[in-house]
Design a protein around this ligand. Structure first.
Ligand code: SAM
Length: 291
């Protein structure tokens, strides 16, 4: 039931981005429910997941899937419907649409066509984890999911570490699949050195847990046993003396484990800022030692 204070405020027109709970079904706003009830069409990732949410809130609007594979193809028809004055709501399976979820291309196309786009505020795992983490809340940098493959992931971390060496100082936030958390934490440690880190798990749910530890301890904790459920990983800003904290051999060993010698040298040179010649010589020595 909507409160008297809310009644009378009409849901936005056009395309409306509607956040949904990230675990706790109570985390949906009055305005989100009113917007979904008023929608002519609700776009969602998985119609079965969204059907459960809609049934719980007595929403009977038409539902259609929008995901990475059909988004481009659906845009012309959706823009036509918006031009005809239809109200279209976009939800994802959980949290805020577009944040590591589909919808960006549709929003861009609607804006370019001069159509009305509105976004409701609501649940989001990255911001919930950030505010709970005990790490400096700003500046922060949200990076979505790291690349799933080791070599690409280490290259991405090396670029970020190079940005830190050039002056970036921000709390870093990633989404990650639980079965990859252990290897990602090991790569973070190799590329960034030890610093405060947080793994936020199952936020807003029954088994919610926020583990705040030095990165080395966090990586050790999840080296063998994957965390259960959904996780966010956070890293505190670069410390002033971060260069000293990086162990060249450990960084190189981690890089060599999943990439060619050439790629590993490029990543570690970028991450550490050390002369390429020095990194290359050390990489050759370590590669020769390897069984
Ligand atoms: N759009 C969503 C949002 O606004 O948070 C994120 C969608 S993304 C596909 C899913 C990822 O978000 C998960 O793999 C996990 O990293 C993170 N996530 C979602 N729900 C979470 C939760 N309850 N606790 C911790 N992390 C969560």
């Amino acid at each position: 039931m909507l409160t008297a204070a809310y009644e009378g405020s009409a849901p936005p027109n056009g395309l409306v981005l509607v956040p949904t709970p990230i675990g706790n079904l109570g985390d949906i706003t009055f305005r989100a429910i009113a917007t979904l009830r008023a929608a002519d069409l609700i776009l969602c990732e998985d119609t079965r997941t969204t059907a459960r949410l809609l049934a719980a809130h007595d929403v009977h609007a038409k539902v259609a899937p929008l995901h990475d594979h059909n988004e481009d193809a659906r845009i012309p028809d959706l823009l036509d419907q918006l031009r005809q004055g239809k109200r279209i709501a976009l939800v994802s399976d959980a949290g805020t649409p577009l944040v590591s979820d589909p919808g960006f291309r549709l929003v861009r196309a609607a804006l370019e066509a001069g159509l009305n786009v509105a976004a409701l505020p609501g649940p989001n795992a990255a911001l919930t984890a950030l505010t709970l983490s005990g790490l400096p809340p700003h500046p922060f940098l949200f990076l979505g999911f790291p690349p799933p493959r080791g070599a690409a992931r280490r290259a991405a971390f090396a670029s970020l570490r190079a940005a830190e060496r050039a002056g970036l100082s921000a709390t870093l936030i990633w989404y990650e699949a639980p079965h990859r958390a252990g290897e990602t934490l090991a790569d973070l440690l190799a590329m960034f050195g030890d610093r405060p880190a947080v793994l936020a798990r199952e936020l807003t749910k029954h088994f919610e847990q926020t583990v705040r530890l030095p990165l080395s301890d966090l990586a050790a904790k999840y080296a063998e046993t994957a965390p259960r459920g959904e996780v966010c990983l956070l890293l505190g800003p670069a410390p002033q003396d971060a260069d000293d904290a990086l162990d060249l051999d450990a960084t190189l060993r981690a890089a060599l484990a999943g990439a060619s010698l050439k790629q590993a040298v490029a990543d570690v040179t970028a991450a550490t800022g050390l002369p390429r010649k020095q990194v290359y010589a050390r990489a050759l020595a370590l590669a020769a030692e390897a069984p």
